[in-house]
Design a protein around this ligand. Sequence first.
Ligand SMILES: *Cc1c(COP(=O)(O)O)cnc(C)c1O
Length: 411
Amino acid sequence: MKEQGFTTHLVHHDHNQNLEFGAIHAPIYNSATYGYDDIHDLIDIFQGRQIGQAYARQATPTIDMLQNMICEMEQGKASLCFSSGMAAIVAVFLTLLKGGDHIVASRFLFGNTSSVFGTLKSFGIEVTLVDATNVANVAAACQANTKMVFVETIANPATQVCDLAEIGELCDAKGLLYVVDNTLTSAYLFQPKAVKCHLIVTSLSKYFGGHGNVIGGSVTDTGLFDWSQYPNIFEAYRKGDPAMWGYAQMKKKGLRDMGACLSSEAAGQLALGSETMALRVKQSSSSALALALMLENHPKVERVYYPGLESHPEYARAKSLFSASGSMLSLDLKEGLDCCQFLNALKLVISATHLGDNRSLALPVAPTIFHEIGLAARQESGISENMIRCSIGIEDTDDLLADFTQALANL
Ligand SMILES: *Cc1c(COP(=O)(O)O)cnc(C)c1O
C-alpha cells in the first residue's frame, strides 16, 4: 500500500493501536507508578530485559504513544518527550557533553538557548557562535575538542536560514553530532533527517500543539549517528544496539536524573493538537506570505523579514528545503514610527510572546525577549531596535490583512 500522507497517518494513529472499546483517542494514563503481579517483571523492566512502565518520571503509556507518533513523523529511530522545549535542549547538552568539550552554534538562536550557553561555559564547556548561514564559518570554528554543532532552521526573530544541508555534510565528514532545532519549521515543513541531522529538538509548545495551552519538548534520534564512536557514552549505556546508546543516555540522565518529564495530561493535549498541524501550518504560512508581501510594499514599513520573500537573503535555500516558509515574520517600521503605538492599534493580533499559536501574536523584540542580552548582542544577531515579531495564526487571511492595514494607517 502507498505510504499514507502526513495528516492521514496522524489522525488514525491512536485508533490503529487497538485501543479498548474501539476508542479513537488513546486514554490519558495518570498513574505515577505501575504495579506487577510478579515482582520478576518489575525487576526485568528495571534491568532493561523487558519493556514496561515503572515510574512516570521516565515514561507513561500516554507519553510512549506521543513519542512514537513524533518518531514516525520525523522518521527517526527513537524520540523522547520533556516538560518543555528548553528541557529537551538542556537535556541534549547536559547528557551528551562534558567539561572540556566544544560546541559550534549558530549566532542566530532562540534567546533562552543562547542563555544556556552561558551556563555551559561556567561548567567548562566551550561555545563558539558563528554566522551559520554559511557553512564555511562553521567549518572554521571547529576545533579538536568540538563534539556538536547546534543550529535552528528559521531563526527567531530575524528569520535567517542556516546552511542546513552543507552543515550536515560537514558534520558527517567530521563525525560531529549535528543537532537541529526544528521548532520554527515543524515536522510538516521540514525533515531535518534529509540534511543528515542526528538529533532533532522541537518545542512542542509551538506549531505541534498549536493551541497555546500546553508546553512540551522533544528530542528525536534520527538513527544516523554512530554512537559507538562517541566518547561521552557512560559504560552503563554501552549495551545492546549502539544505535540506541545516545537515546538510553538521554533518557536515563535527562529524564530519570534531571526529572523534567512531560505529564500524561500534557502529552494527551499535544497529541490532540498535532492532528491539525498540517492544516494549521498551511493556513498560517499562507497568511504570513500574504502579509509579508503587503508589508514589504507598505510606505510605513522599512523592512520585512520573511524567508518566503524573494528579497530574503536565503530565499532560494528556504524554498528548496521547506515546503512553505512558516508563520513567523518580523518587520521594522520606518524611522520615527512607534512600534508600541502600532501594536496597541492592532485589534485582532494579540500583544503577547509565544509562536505557532492559532491566534496571531506580536511583540516588540528589543524591550522584551531580547532585552536581557543588551544592545551589542542584539546588533550581532541582526535585531533592530524597532523590530516587531509576529506569529501569524489561523485567522482568515483577509481579516489579518485588514488589521495590519488599519493599524498602519493609524500611525
Ligand atoms: C520556544 C522555543 C524553544 C523553547 O521551547 P519551550 O517549549 O518554550 O521551552 C526552543 N527553541 C525554539 C526555536 C523556540 O521557538
